[in-house]
Unconditional design. Structure first.
Length: 484
């Protein structure tokens, strides 16, 4: 009997040893006890404007370079012979850290990248406008949410061939897998539902209703108990109880609520939420009634993708409108470093054990790095509301990205560039949506060295040049009248 008890105790202790003891890595978000940050780990951002993936060493806080997936020049992208990727947006990875997947929206592509040498292993073309994807728990397939249609595409990592299409509600946005690998959860941008799929036979087993509208991103807590869904166009975050398959809460988080992720510290569980319209990362204490406990002012504009380190000591935030990443110390919730990355970073992931041998810097480029970027306030004339424009230095032509809110619903505007001498040129027309917002309206022109500000004028109001002429005329009239 004593020998039996000894064997039972030893077996129990072995079960309690973390995966790091066997040489494996634990991926974030993780429960307490995972391995520390290592120079063999990588943080990646999907850079939508430069069509790259930025590669960061999280131990030394250094940007190593970019993985070039597409062209940086607009004329090349629009050329009839271009076969590269456009709008690199989504990221996922395998549980062993050996593979990264990158999703390009406009070119309808899902790519598998070897993290050891930054080369593309497979490229698959799926349905219209895929948004995010993740590699399955067994590492054999990539599950891609095809947001322009109503299915998840299951693609073989080995062959790049589509093996299966799982029908969902309209506009599937992302796929995440439960910690035990048994279930997949899919959120939707055109349906207020979460689709739950059994992984082993790829069958839909449940639909969770009652979430807020238009969800673009989702994140599953490391204990698998909660699914947090971001709703950027409605400024909300839905919290789903995955054990009971029901919505626990819908939080009013703020304009352009983007992504969430999870940290455990001092024995308490937290969710960090990026709110692009406020330039803040919000910290919620998890529980039956999630509670806002802190607002972190980001160093730049448009916080978007977010991911923690496995040991819960750092969390990394992609700043979409500043082409940068904030590194936050979770003990103090203070920014300890800001790193410049590729242009227009969207998704961000932390991959532990990405580089098992060597330096992991082969095939990296400098495409998209070191380019000028500014975010400027835009004066709105003729109507209430606020707006701003992000201007990026391009190759051949600059990129302008307009956002606005609190405008009259469906109101039409013309954006003008104002030169230093006061003269103006129309850049593009803009139309507010039904809620009075404008989201990522793009224009292409030579901006740097030509203009120094931008104004938006509602349809029917006098354009900037007309206002200047009127002012001059009234001034002359006043002087002439004074001579009489």
């Amino acid at each position: 009997m004593p020998r039996l008890w000894f064997l039972v105790v030893v077996a129990g202790l072995l079960l309690c040893v973390p995966a790091t003891a066997s040489g494996e890595v634990v991926q974030a978000p993780a429960l307490p006890g995972a391995q520390a940050i290592s120079s063999r780990d990588r943080v990646y951002t999907a850079d939508q404007a430069s069509n790259t993936v930025s590669v960061i060493d999280p131990k030394n806080l250094k940007v190593l370079g970019t993985i070039r997936l597409g062209q940086s020049r607009l004329d090349q992208i629009l050329g009839p012979l271009d076969r590269s990727q456009v709008n690199v947006h989504g990221l996922g990875f395998s549980r062993d850290g050996s593979m990264l997947d990158a999703i390009s929206i406009t070119s309808n592509a899902a790519q598998v990248i070897r993290t050891s040498d930054n080369t593309t292993r497979r490229t698959a073309y799926v349905g219209r406008a895929p948004h995010e994807g993740f590699i399955s728990p067994d590492g054999g397939t990539v599950w891609v949410a095809v947001r322009g249609q109503r299915h998840v595409s299951v693609v073989s990592v080995r062959s790049g061939r589509e093996l299966h299409r799982i029908t969902t509600a309209a506009g599937p946005s992302k796929v995440v897998f439960s910690p035990d690998g048994r279930l997949a959860y899919v959120n939707h941008v055109r349906a207020r539902v979460v689709t739950v799929i059994r992984v082993r036979d790829r069958r839909v087993i449940r639909r969770i209703r009652g979430v807020a509208p238009r969800s673009s991103d989702e994140a599953l807590s490391p204990d698998g108990r909660e699914l947090w869904l971001g709703h950027p166009f409605d400024g909300k975050m839905s919290v789903v109880d995955t054990r009971r398959f029901r919505v626990r809460a819908v939080l009013d988080t703020g304009p352009r609520t983007n992504h969430a992720n999870f940290v455990t510290k001092r024995g308490r569980e937290y969710a960090y939420v990026t709110v692009g319209g406020l330039d803040e990362t919000l910290v919620y204490r998890r529980g039956r009634h999630p509670r806002l406990v802190r607002r972190i002012a980001n160093s730049g504009h448009g916080p978007h993708g977010i991911w923690p380190s496995p040991d819960n000591t750092r969390i990394y935030v992609a700043l979409q409108k500043s082409d940068a990443v904030d590194v936050i110390d979770t003990a103090s919730d203070k920014i300890v470093k800001t790193l410049r990355v590729g242009q227009d970073p969207m998704a961000l992931v932390y991959v532990a054990g990405a580089v098992r041998h060597g330096r992991g810097q082969r095939h990296l480029t400098r495409q998209g790095l070191g380019r000028r970027v500014v975010t400027l306030p835009v004066e709105v004339r003729g109507a209430p509301g606020s707006a701003r424009v992000t201007v990026r230095e391009g190759t051949g032509v600059d990129l302008l990205d307009f956002t606005a809110r609190d405008l009259p619903p469906r109101a039409r505007f013309t954006a003008y560039g104002i030169r230093p001498d006061g003269s103006a040129s129309a850049l593009r027309t803009l139309t507010a949506d039904a809620s009075g917002g404008i989201d990522q309206a793009l224009a292409f022109t030579d901006y740097f060295g030509v203009y120094d500000q931008v104004v938006m004028v509602e349809k029917g109001a006098a354009p900037p040049t007309a206002r200047l002429v009127v002012a001059w005329t009234e001034q002359v009239r006043s002087r002439l009248c004074g001579l009489r």
